[in-house]
Design a protein around this ligand. Structure first.
Ligand SMILES: NC(=O)c1ccc[n+]([C@@H]2O[C@H](COP(=O)([O-])OP(=O)(O)OC[C@H]3O[C@@H](n4cnc5c(N)ncnc54)[C@H](OP(=O)(O)O)[C@@H]3O)[C@@H](O)[C@H]2O)c1
Length: 318
């Protein structure tokens, strides 16, 4: 693979760094390594870099070291505070700056914070691009994410071949902050779809109707989605294997409501969703997949449901 890339590119291979090797960072990193890129990585909790190390990544001790070793540093951490910490904190990215350095932030963060962070980077003469993505580790591992880019277009185009390697759909959408705003609007869809599926499943289960029938019919209509066609069948088997944690979706929901406030708009449903997801976290559902919101809704209805596995005796049969 490495040799193929070298043969196919007239310019030299770009040295890439990743800061944040959680669920998403690991998958993106593995895909870049398998595609032949030279990769330097840092994670606050070092053990989470082990898999990448085995696959050829250089593991270093600080974001500063990542910057020193890279031309393109991709940040994939939790939120804006974490982005600021790895960028401007002790031994942060800016301490490893050099003239060839570009930073691209894949984390899902507040768009206003994204804009501010870009401005601070510019004070250090570093261009920071926004590259939030849609899709989880299962597609990231094959370079099949959807990537939304914003910031300096010329610099975005310079690294477009890498963005095209990470994602099979790449959009450039405007100035810094734009891509993060659109990403949050995407996560409103994810939030509502997971809730709508969970409530539909719970309602049919309360009547002892097999939820598979509900899903099969839903998926024969105009209202089907990728989530109803794929993850929903795992949900009805209580399979909430994590690709994106429920607590991280709640983090995004809070960012959405904060952003709505700063734009002085009222988004009534996401406010309601925030309280449902917060309650789920308080009841201990935060570390499972976000589709585990179904498990929480079933938990609050457990006395009515009384379902044992594969015991779907339809309540309407007399
Ligand atoms: N998973 C997905 O499907 C998906 C899809 C699209 C976008 N995203 C976004 O991508 C980002 C990462 O998501 P993930 O699923 O990979 O989450 P994750 O597994 O929870 O990883 C979070 C990462 O952020 C780091 N981090 C958190 N707080 C930090 C701090 N204060 N300083 C330094 N590092 C910090 C964590 O380091 P430690 O390991 O030390 O805790 C870890 O590397 C999030 O913004 C998420 O919303 C995820």
């Amino acid at each position: 693979m490495k040799n193929d890339i070298k043969k196919n590119q007239s310019s030299k291979i770009v040295k890439i760094g990743i800061i944040g090797t959680g669920i998403l960072g690991n998958a993106v990193g593995l895909h870049l390594l398998r595609s032949g890129y030279e990769l330097t990585v840092y994670n606050r909790t070092k053990e989470k870099t082990n898999k990448l190390k085995i696959n050829g990544a250089k593991v270093v001790n600080s974001p500063k070291n990542v910057a020193e070793n890279s031309e393109l540093v991709i940040i994939i951490v939790k939120d804006a505070n974490a982005v600021k910490k790895v960028s401007f904190g002790k031994n942060g990215i800016v301490d490893g700056r050099h003239p060839g350095l570009t930073v691209a932030d894949m984390s899902t963060i507040n768009p206003m914070e994204s804009k501010k962070i870009s401005k601070i980077f510019l004070k250090y003469k570093i261009i920071k691009l926004d590259i939030p993505v849609m899709g989880g580790p299962n597609v990231a591992i094959n370079g099949e994410l959807l990537l939304m880019g914003s910031g300096n277009k010329e610099r975005f185009d310079k690294f477009k071949n890498i963005f095209n390697k990470i994602a099979n759909k790449v959009f450039f959408v405007g100035g810094n902050g734009t891509a993060h705003l659109i990403k949050l609007s995407m996560n409103i869809q994810i939030t509502m779809l997971a809730l709508a599926l969970s409530e539909g499943i719970t309602l049919v289960k309360s009547a002892k109707i097999d939820p598979r029938i509900f899903l099969d019919i839903l998926n024969s209509t105009y209202f089907k989605t990728g989530m109803s066609e794929n993850k929903a069948y795992k949900m009805i088997q209580d399979n909430f294997e994590v690709t994106f944690t429920l607590k991280n979706l709640k983090k995004d929901i809070s960012t959405i409501t904060d952003t709505a406030k700063s734009f002085k708009i009222n988004l009534p449903m996401i406010e309601k969703a925030k309280s449902v997801y917060s309650n789920a976290i308080n009841k201990g559902f935060g570390d499972i997949d976000y589709t585990g919101i179904l498990a929480y809704i079933e938990e609050i209805n457990k006395t009515q449901l009384k379902i044992t596995k594969n015991n779907y005796k339809n309540k309407f049969i007399t």
